[in-house]
Design a protein around this ligand. Structure first.
Ligand SMILES: *[C@@H]1O[C@H](CO)[C@@H](O)[C@H](O)[C@H]1NC(C)=O
Ligand SMILES: *[C@@H]1O[C@H](CO)[C@@H](O)[C@H](O)[C@H]1NC(C)=O
Ligand SMILES: *[C@@H]1O[C@H](CO)[C@@H](O)[C@H](O)[C@H]1NC(C)=O
Length: 401
């Protein structure tokens, strides 16, 4: 009895020492978010324990937990839902049952999950995609891609691009009754990275005959070259996605080399020859004054470790590295950013760079928002913020697609 109590006590102390909860005072549903974050931290702690014992990695553990949230393709009276594959990429198709006199618009949705987790099968994404199909009478395609750490860049990009390229063929568009001039590519978080990268590819690839009308990016991550932006400094311990976790996920997206994450934590991961790229992410110019605050811009330390990772300078991993001539071919863009979010400044800088080259941008910034909220709008955790983001996204599509 005494031994058990001691063990329990020790576990509690360990757990408490790993759980530093830092919910900003202005978030809505404060206590619910607090409980959610406590759950997230507990799972992270359990995963880390299992990883240290050598049973499974943290990523594998979180993936197992997430599969509990997966849904089957369920058709209802409005939409026919099926899981299929476009070439080798798994997709979930939502085809409205309502008759349409004219061809329908289409939305391709790429889910988030730090390049390591998740699927279009998650309840939240499934319900949002279904709602999009319903509200817009649109064909919606949810895209899955192979995940890290088993797969590295550019696999995730290539899987997504394969699905989009397949869908954009005239014979496929007409098979689904889609209007080729009304297509949007969307995604959240790492799915936002992939959506932005795929959009750049589609719009600039002369072999792609069909172009897209819109892109919608929900708290996207858009660059990996500077890991010490004001958003990183302010959100080191942010809820859902801490700086450490963000860097771990980015690092395993690129490589198996564990030292890379350490270099990235110090913002010393870029090679000498990348100097010319830093003007594209110079937050001291691209970020609105309000968000620069009194942070001081420091030039990054280059060539400290010489990782031979071409991905570091690749536009498909960091859409913000696209030069102006590539950016100006992008379609009208929707960006949602959240204040308490590691990726906040990426979205701000992308909005500024797109506007500078004349691309039409609608940018909604949520002052009391945080990263990942979209994944929590189905049982057991409904967040008002998740529903709000989903509504903002769908009503923007409804007006613009
Ligand atoms: C970033 O902008 C600042 C001015 O705010 C400038 O001093 C610095 O040289 C710029 N750095 C890069 C890499 O563009
Ligand atoms: C990386 O390369 C640069 C230039 O070639 C060199 O000066 C530097 O010493 C190298 N760093 C390491 C850690 O090898
Ligand atoms: C922009 O980037 C593309 C692709 O890397 C390149 O072909 C093009 O020459 C660049 N344009 C300018 C103006 O630098």
């Amino acid at each position: 009895m005494g031994f058990r109590a001691l063990c329990l006590g020790l576990c509690c102390v360990l757990l408490a020492s790993h759980i530093y909860i830092n919910v900003p005072g202005n978030v809505e549903e404060y206590w619910k978010v607090m409980a959610l974050e406590m759950g997230v931290k507990t799972f992270k702690f359990m995963g880390t324990c299992l990883e240290n014992i050598g049973i499974m990695t943290l990523e594998e553990f979180i993936s197992v937990i997430l599969t509990l949230d997966y849904t089957q393709p369920l058709s209802d009276e409005y939409v026919t839902v099926t899981d299929t594959a476009f070439v080798d990429t798994s997709v979930r198709l939502y085809l409205p049952k309502r008759k349409s006199e004219i061809p329908r618009p289409a939305v391709i949705y790429i889910h988030g999950g730090g390049f390591s987790f998740g699927s279009f099968k998650q309840k939240a994404f499934d319900s949002m995609n279904r709602q999009t199909a319903n509200k817009l009478n649109a064909v919606v395609v949810g895209v899955d891609y192979r995940l890290s750490p088993q797969h590295h860049f550019p696999t995730h990009f290539e899987d997504s691009f394969t699905a989009v390229k397949f869908f954009l063929q005239d014979k496929i568009l007409s098979e689904y009754g889609v209007d080729p001039t009304r297509i949007c590519i969307s995604g959240d978080s790492s799915g936002g990275t992939l959506a932005a990268a795929v959009a750049l590819q589609v719009q600039n690839d002369i072999e792609m005959k069909r172009k897209i009308k819109l892109q919608a990016l929900i708290y996207p991550s858009l660059q990996i070259i500077d890991s010490y932006l004001p958003a990183h400094r302010e959100n080191e311990h942010a809820i859902i996605l801490s700086r450490d976790m963000g860097i771990r996920l980015m690092s395993s997206y690129l490589t198996n080399d564990k030292t890379f994450a350490q270099a990235m934590r110090r913002n010393q991961h870029m090679p000498l020859e990348s100097r010319h790229l830093f003007k594209f992410v110079n937050w001291s110019i691209l970020l609105p004054e309000k968000y620069r605050k009194d942070h001081v811009y420091t030039e990054p330390v280059l060539g400290r470790y010489n990782y031979s990772l071409p991905a570091l300078m690749d536009v498909r991993a960091s859409p913000l590295l696209a030069n102006d001539s590539l950016l100006q071919n992008l379609p009208s863009t929707y960006i949602i950013t959240c204040q308490h979010d590691l990726t906040r400044d990426d979205g701000f800088m992308y909005a500024a760079r797109l506007q500078n080259v004349g691309v039409q941008v609608t940018h909604d910034h949520i002052e009391n928002g945080f990263h990942g909220a979209l994944s929590f709008m189905a049982s057991p955790v409904y967040l008002h913020l998740g529903l709000k983001i989903s509504d903002m996204y769908i009503s923007w599509l409804d007006k613009n697609l």
